[in-house]
Design a protein around this ligand. Structure first.
Ligand SMILES: C[S@@+](CC[C@H](N)C(=O)[O-])C[C@H]1O[C@@H](n2cnc3c(N)ncnc32)[C@H](O)[C@@H]1O
Length: 262
């Protein structure tokens, strides 16, 4: 299933709320109102967004250090500073990146930003249908799946509902990948030591329930199950502010991990 190319400016979307939180300009009044409601209930939401971008940067860098030069970025969002191809090419100038998002503004703006670059593509598709994503020309014709590919689903899997089978979606990606490939993800959770942070995350999900992309929080156990079959790199599944960084800032209520396909 692909996303609609029609832009509904009256209904907030995850991509545009996130763009607003990160200081971008590709959002509408409805997105800004939703962001304000989130910030009221989860005052650190914008900082968590920036922490998530930092996590993305560290996972891409780690993949490059492992020798991976191909990336499939699921739920890539509206382009902002520090996109996957920009990060990867500092270490791997030959890096290829297939971006995928369901949202029309994200796809349209990505198309503008990426135009003329033969080593990147943008596809409008639904990550909940991995077979469709992997067969899309922008993915299948750009990436060589007989060689390692890093699939990234950063702050994107919490839009998969509890009725849908997240472990099956991740497994479908994993089994399409060659040994030495990687799967990275970050995901909101209320399974936290801090009850205030857990409450904030539930409030955030309540605001997103009114948007075009309802968000579903998951426990550590559920996320660990979703990542089964992958060898998680140290430090495993942890708060994104504890993943390969010495930040002393508080936890974000977003877990992240990077696993290797063996
Ligand atoms: C919070 S943003 C994260 C953007 C980027 N990955 C990052 O971490 O900075 C989530 C993105 O996932 C996209 N998304 C939500 N559901 C999706 C789906 N079913 N298929 C593809 N993309 C989806 C949204 O449109 C949005 O752009």
């Amino acid at each position: 299933m692909t996303g609609s190319s029609w832009i509904d400016a009256t209904r907030p979307s995850a991509a545009r709320i996130y763009d607003y939180m990160l200081g971008g300009a590709h959002n509408f009044e409805a997105d800004r109102l939703a962001a304000a409601a989130m910030l009221e209930r989860f005052p650190d939401a914008a900082q968590a967004g920036h922490a998530n971008r930092d996590f993305l940067r560290r996972t891409v860098t780690c993949c490059c250090e492992l020798g991976i030069t191909q990336f499939l970025d699921l739920g890539s969002g509206i382009p902002t500073a520090g996109n996957v191809h920009g990060i990867a090419r500092r270490l791997r100038p030959e890096a290829r990146v297939a971006y995928v998002d369901i949202e029309a503004v994200a796809v349209t703006h990505s198309r503008d930003v990426l135009a003329g670059d033969p080593l990147v593509s943008i596809t409008q598709a639904d990550l909940r249908d991995p077979a469709d994503v992997l067969a899309a020309p922008g993915v299948a014709e750009l990436l060589d799946f007989t060689r390692p590919v890093a699939v990234l689903a950063i702050a994107a899997l919490h839009y998969v509902s509890h009725d849908e089978n997240l472990p099956e979606i991740v497994a479908a990606c994993r089994t399409a990948l060659a040994p030495g490939s990687a799967f990275g993800m970050s995901h909101g959770s209320d399974d936290l030591d801090d009850p205030v942070a857990a409450h904030h995350m539930r409030e955030l999900a309540a605001v997103m329930a009114q948007s075009a992309n309802p968000a579903y929080i998951r426990s550590r156990v559920e996320l660990t199950q979703a990542l089964s079959g992958l060898r998680l790199l140290e430090p495993g599944l942890v708060d994104i502010r504890r993943w390969r960084t010495s930040s002393e800032l508080p936890d974000t209520a977003v877990y992240g991990a990077l696993g290797i396909v063996e």
